[in-house]
Design a protein around this ligand. Structure first.
Ligand SMILES: [Fe+2]
Ligand SMILES: [Fe+2]
Length: 137
């Protein structure tokens, strides 16, 4: 589901590692939702979702500090995207996950996977050269 590839690299080790960790947590969530044994996994699914949300918040904050410290001109636009994503994940309907676990969780995972992939490939990539040129790798 979530697969890190070389073209996701922003050539900054700690950021690449954080993106890989986001993918790892995303996959753990996907694995739980994919088990088809009929057992209610509401608590486990929510727990995995919360760790994804919390790690995303941690990573976004790290990225934002890095951009800010280096006077990155696209900082506000970039932060806006992070905030929007967190808002969306936070507003996920816990009740709908309870009622239709598999579908609601899969919908959310697909949204998260697409968002993260597009965000890294487009928005994160935009600071790559800027920060690399400041000696950050
Ligand atoms: Fe990122
Ligand atoms: Fe970002």
């Amino acid at each position: 589901m979530f697969k890190w590839r070389e073209d996701f690299s922003v050539n900054i080790k700690i950021i690449d590692d954080q993106h890989k960790e986001l993918f790892r947590i995303g996959n753990a969530l996907y694995d739980i939702v994919s088990i088809k044994d009929g057992i209610d996994r509401y608590d486990e699914i929510l727990e995995a979702l919360y760790s994804l949300r919390d790690y995303a918040i941690y990573h976004f904050d790290y990225e934002e500090q890095m951009m800010k410290k280096n006077d990155y001109p696209g900082y506000f636009e970039h932060k806006k995207q992070h905030d929007e994503f967190i808002r969306k994940v936070k507003s996920m309907d816990e009740e709908s996950i309870d009622k239709d676990q598999i579908k609601a969780s899969m919908d959310l995972i697909i949204f998260v996977a697409n968002w993260i992939e597009n965000h890294i490939l487009k928005t994160d990539m935009e600071y790559k050269d800027y920060l690399n040129n400041k000696g950050i790798f």
